[in-house]
Design a protein around this ligand. Sequence first.
Ligand code: FAD
Length: 492
Amino acid sequence: MMPTKEAVLADTEHETVLVWLRRDLRLVDQAAIAAAASRGAKVVCAYVLEEHDALRPLGGASRWWLDKSLKSLRADISDLGGKLVCRRGNPETVIPALVKDSGATAIFWGRRYGQGERDIDAGLKSRFKDEGIEAESFNTTLLTEPWSYETTSGGYYKVFTPYWKAVKASYDAPDAHKAPKRLHGQGIDGDRIEDWGLHPENPDWSTGFEELWEPGETGAKRALDAFLEDGLRTYKDSRNRPDLENGTSRLSPHLSFGEISPAQIWRSVRSKISHGFKQEDSAWTFLSEVVWREFSYVLLYYNPEMGWKNYNTKFDKMPWRSNASRLELWQSGKTGYPIVDAGMRQLWHVGWMHNRVRMIVASLLTKHLLIPWQDGEDWFWDTLVDADPASNAAGWQWTAGSGADASPYFRVFNPITQGQKFDQTGGYVRKWCPELKGLPDKYLHEPWAAPADILKKAGVKLGETYPDAIIEHSKGRERALDAWEQLKEKQD
Ligand code: FAD
């Protein structure tokens, strides 16, 4: 005989479900928490600062973000009567201990897609199954699972545009999961987030971060609302303008830590479109960018080594020229190309860089300087607050030419004309390279072309107050094309 609904509820009334939060640090539209709460169970939320050989340690800027995000979540959970139980160590031992200490009969989590993470999660799932503990995973970070869309000939999408068309034509965000009404966990031992040393000290290089960011679910919602109000209308045109404050949404770190779900974004934007939003084109362009993130996860899921190995293995024979001192000049924003230096300094000061400028700096590194894209990916991993295993690898491989649906290697961005075209007002370069502030717009992106009297008047001494160009553009371009030819010959 089937048990009645009341009997099932009575059965689970005192059951405890542990929800293991990872890159989904929020309470609203969080499928794992919602599933636990809907059973009428006691819901205990936990976060583990994972230490495991198969996992890439978080970079410095991400650690800064995580610190604030966890503290914000801790406060939100406490408002609902619960406790965010924090522990650190190997998840293969810490998670079973947490299940035991909380008395949970079930554990839920949101899925993740890197190979190391998948292996750990699969191992735990099978262990819990053997022990009679229910372990279930949910989609908490993507619009759709990486395996949801297949091309007509079978297999995953390797080209963005048809993938985007497929998603646009068929995706409909389900209703949002409500936040839980009550949470538990008081009395379970955990670490103090303050003791994890996530915030940098001696020196504290993060002071510029505070001005720009509000990590946490409230900050994410605020960023979305502000963008819908101010930025969405003009996004199609302004998204390539690094000199504009609100040209893009700056939602990337919030998405990366899962403080907002992509479905929440999708619903808000779609609802505007359904209500006759005039700049519909702009709204769809924005959603297509959100789907670039999904596409990157498709690529990562099917190519788990994408973070360090060429997607296109032809590039294994690329005649790279590793060069530590040139890499350092690039990292510290001293290449002598103003748009590149502005980008690298923005990254260092606020932990974020505009997308157009990411492409320009990545192109200079991998093409003009012929430095392996992995070195740039590593630097971004350490310094970006939105450092993301899928989007960072996909972005680097796209620019370097080795990725799926990549920009061809022979497309070498010209850092002078890119600067002139996208930072027309010069506001971006003047903000991040103040030593060039006095130069007229005409010379701002190529200071070496300015006559001596203009340089003098602007207080610029090339090689002293501002570096000489690290490599002449036409020479860098030629060298890159030459390397490309060599690579092609090696294939023949
Ligand atoms: P918006 O323009 O407002 O876009 C909205 C959202 O769409 C973003 O928050 C992001 O989640 C997603 N998105 C937009 N563009 C892309 C894109 N090209 N690829 C994937 N997702 C996108 N993005 C990261 O989130 N983490 C990274 O580590 C990362 N590394 C990158 C490295 C390189 C070399 C390049 C070229 C791009 C990289 N990107 C990365 C993609 C992109 O630059 C950022 O997502 C974007 O600049 C974030 O700013 P925003 O939130 O204002 O974007």
